[in-house]
Design a protein around this ligand. Structure first.
Ligand code: XMP
Length: 316
């Protein structure tokens, strides 16, 4: 019989047989957290967790993640502030796949530096799920790549780290069940999935401090209003994207050429396909009013009504 308890037992048994230390990049998301806790159950402090603040996270997320790891889990945990180096490397870059590549490479740089100082490590653990494996076309060859996912393999040989991916056969809902069994705080395992390259793929075009701030604050408003309406847990992902398009608004007596924010809320079971969520108009109106009132730069708010396919969940 296939049960999640059975999966945990057999994963822990398999992992406990490995030799050497494991380096695990934790994002604060459910996938890497569950991967880390499974490995910790098997090998204790031979696992070292590293969290990289890349400046591309949700509003105040870095503080929440640090607090959670320090207060709830008894794992070896280090937080690295790499905001400046990530944003520096992203300057002037508009192409979505280039942005993904840069973020992925910079993660590798930061991990490599940490590994050199705190090693030796034999393994690099990742929270890769089954849909990530499929969409990256790993089993089908490079021609089938839909979008590159930086967290599937791809590390240079000279790093000498083997990849440990304990969640490789699982779907998201199964990972949530495991999180519950491992007593991960509900607040975390009910949080929507968030892409590895973070806001770099939710900001269309160049990542600038202004666009970052708009996306962070507007996304927080979208999330808070969904929670308030009792709908947060019912949708798959919800955020506000921003690009370089502008539209005119009126503030007092003046015309103002401000930013356009795109709200995106989707239903999905595995991210392979997704349907745009038919949110009540009153709720959309509230989100829109708050975004334009609370964020000075924003004059227009739109709602994205494309499903996947043909669209993807993220705009980049
Ligand atoms: P798309 O936009 O391809 O997204 O429909 C499918 C799911 O994957 C997430 N996503 C990513 N996750 N690295 C990640 O770790 C990435 O480069 C990446 N791109 C998209 C997205 O948030 C959605 O859940």
């Amino acid at each position: 019989d296939w049960t999640m308890e059975g999966f945990i037992d057999s994963a822990v048994e398999k992992i406990s047989k490995i030799e050497g230390n494991v380096l695990c990049g934790v994002s604060g998301g459910i996938d890497s957290t569950v991967a880390a806790l499974l490995i910790h159950k098997a090998i204790g402090d031979r696992l070292k967790c590293v969290f990289v603040n890349n400046g591309l996270l949700r509003l105040n997320e870095e503080t929440e993640i640090e607090t959670m790891f320090k207060d709830n889990f008894n794992v070896n945990f280090t937080s690295i502030n790499a905001v400046d180096s990530f944003l520096d490397k992203l300057k002037g870059v508009e192409d979505p796949e280039k942005k993904r590549k840069i973020v992925g490479e910079e993660f590798v740089n930061v991990f490599t530096e940490f590994a050199e100082k705190n090693g030796p490590f034999k393994w690099l653990a990742q929270g890769t799920l089954y849909p990530d494996v499929i969409e990256s076309g790993v089993s089908k060859g490079p021609a089938d790549v839909i979008k590159s996912h930086h967290n599937v393999g791809g590390l240079p040989d000279w790093l000498n780290l083997e990849i440990l991916e304990p969640l490789r056969e699982l779907y998201k809902d199964e990972v949530r069940m495991i999180a519950k069994i491992l007593e991960v705080p509900e607040k975390l395992f009910m949080r929507h999935p968030f892409p590895g390259p973070g806001l770099a793929v939710r900001i269309i075009g160049e990542v600038t401090p202004t666009k970052l701030q708009i996306s962070k604050v507007a996304s927080k408003i979208v999330e808070d209003e969904l929670v308030e309406a009792g709908l947060y847990g019912k949708v798959w992902q919800a955020y506000a994207a921003v690009g370089d398009d502008r539209a005119v608004g009126v503030v007092g007596d003046e015309r103002k050429y401000g930013n356009i924010v795109m709200i995106r809320v989707v239903d999905s079971i595995d991210a392979m396909t997704a349907d745009w969520t038919r949110l009540p108009h009153g709720l959309l109106e509230k989100m829109s009013n708050r975004i334009t009132n609370e964020i000075e730069d924003v004059t227009w708010v739109t709602y994205t009504i494309s499903s996947k396919p043909p669209a993807t969940i993220e705009p980049q």
